[in-house]
Design a protein around this ligand. Structure first.
Ligand code: 3BY
Ligand code: FES
Ligand code: FE
Length: 411
């Protein structure tokens, strides 16, 4: 069957403002096309600088079919390498994370420098060309404490994203943090359902009692319309910008990434049950403005984020299968903050641990219903689901362009 043609026909015949055809959420061939056209071509958030603070620190991650290792080399550069030995292909690093002076393949001990260069390979004969057998590099960029990789040989320019978000992230010094807690959950639903759910708060009041104590359900906060008709948000931006914090809503031309700083309910400072800070040691640079709310940042298809005055919560989405998605959440705090002294872990993580689990259930129920042959595309709420429409439009447009073999737009 001609999957690309089939997909293109569905994309072109799509009804605006309606959820996608069932195949996009369940079909293994469609999923493969998502991997090929999006996940293997776009910049993906993969982890944080602070997870590899010293030379030799590494962590591994699986992106679709690609095992990847992120490592800090001896010069201090963060690198991404294909985690597939150039001898017979074994995974070189099998641990989730670790530290090592060299990367040694467990199979026959081919030994690589931290930058991927092959150093030793026993008894390979006189003609063996070591220089031709380095671990293959993956494009890797960092901005504001975030590591992004791109599996394509010729990635699109990272600069537009960097230029937009660097000033927003800079005051929060996420390079000087540590991961206080990390959780990985597996959601039984297509990755696009995870995003659709994330892009609206139409479901919040009925599903997120803990989050709703501090996070406003107004579509102006979650959606993509900016602060039009929302004087509270407009005033928040003015106040924050005046104190040196970039805050206004900004979105890339193609709609792939957005940043904006949103006020929390009743001037709450953090996502705790009381709204008070969870971490005593400050995360962000000193600003005269105390109530800075939350910096919201998303980049399709792999991350959304909340950066608060006292900590940051970062989310990494990775597809595991047509109906299986991994969501990894990290709570970043000042690197000198001490657990039990400066923060209580349960207090720090409670709201989002609950929220994530509630969202997992929502996504799984959504997936259940969509599996039904009786499912048909349904209408998004124009008032509350503008963000979902924007995500779906981004996806459809992107897929259409890629499937038609057009060059990727350069923002
Ligand atoms: O994590 C988020 O950004 C979104 C916003 C509203 C619902 N969801 C929790
Ligand atoms: Fe790595 Fe043989 S497969 S050393
Ligand atoms: Fe939710």
């Amino acid at each position: 069957m001609d999957i690309k043609g089939d997909m293109l026909r569905k994309l072109k015949g799509r009804r605006d403002g309606y959820s996608l055809d069932r195949a996009f959420y369940i079909d293994p061939d469609y999923y493969r096309q998502d991997l090929e056209s999006i996940w293997y071509k776009d910049w993906l958030f993969i982890g944080h600088d602070c997870e590899v603070p010293r030379a030799g620190n590494y962590f591994t991650v699986q992106v679709g079919d690609y095992p990847v290792v992120i490592v800090r080399d001896r010069q201090g550069t963060i690198r991404a390498l294909h985690n597939s030995c150039r001898h017979r292909g074994s995974r070189v690093c099998s641990q989730h994370k670790g530290s090592s002076a060299k990367l040694v393949c467990p199979y026959h001990q081919w030994t690589y420098e931290l930058d991927g260069t092959l150093l030793f390979a026993r008894q390979m004969g006189e003609d063996f060309d070591k220089a031709a057998h380095s671990l293959k590099p993956i494009h890797c960029e960092t901005v504001g404490g975030y590591i992004f990789i791109n599996l394509s040989e010729q990635p699109m320019d990272f600069a537009p994203f960097r230029d937009m978000v660097a000033p927003y992230l800079a005051p929060h010094r996420l390079g000087e943090t540590k991961v206080a807690f990390e959780s990985t959950i597996i959601e039984k639903g297509n990755w696009k359902l995870v995003w659709e759910n994330n892009r609206e708060c139409y479901h919040c009041a009925a599903n997120h009692p803990e989050l709703c104590r501090t996070y406003p359900e107004a579509p102006t906060a979650t959606g993509v319309q900016g602060a039009k008709d929302d004087p509270v948000i407009a005033a928040h931006w003015e106040k924050c910008e005046a104190s040196g914090l970039p805050s206004e809503f900004r979105m890339s031309e193609t709609g792939q990434f957005r940043s904006a700083r949103m006020p929390l309910i009743d001037d709450a400072e953090s996502y705790t049950m009381s709204g008070a800070r969870a971490v005593r040691r400050q995360l962000s640079a000193d600003v005269s403005q105390k109530h800075i709310g939350t910096l919201l940042l998303f980049h399709y298809p792999s991350t959304w984020n909340h950066v608060l005055a006292d900590h940051a919560i970062t989310f990494r989405v990775l597809p595991l299968g047509p109906e299986l998605t991994q969501v990894t959440t990290k709570w970043l705090v000042n690197k000198d903050a001490v657990e039990g002294v400066d923060y209580n872990l349960e207090e720090l993580t409670h709201v989002w641990t609950e929220t994530n689990d509630q969202d997992r259930q929502i996504v799984e129920e959504n997936a259940f219903g969509i599996r039904s042959p009786a499912y048909q595309s349904g209408p998004y709420s124009p008032d509350h689901e503008g963000g979902v429409m924007q995500f779906v439009e981004w996806y459809c447009k992107f897929m259409e362009q890629r499937l038609q073999g057009e060059a990727a737009p350069l923002f």
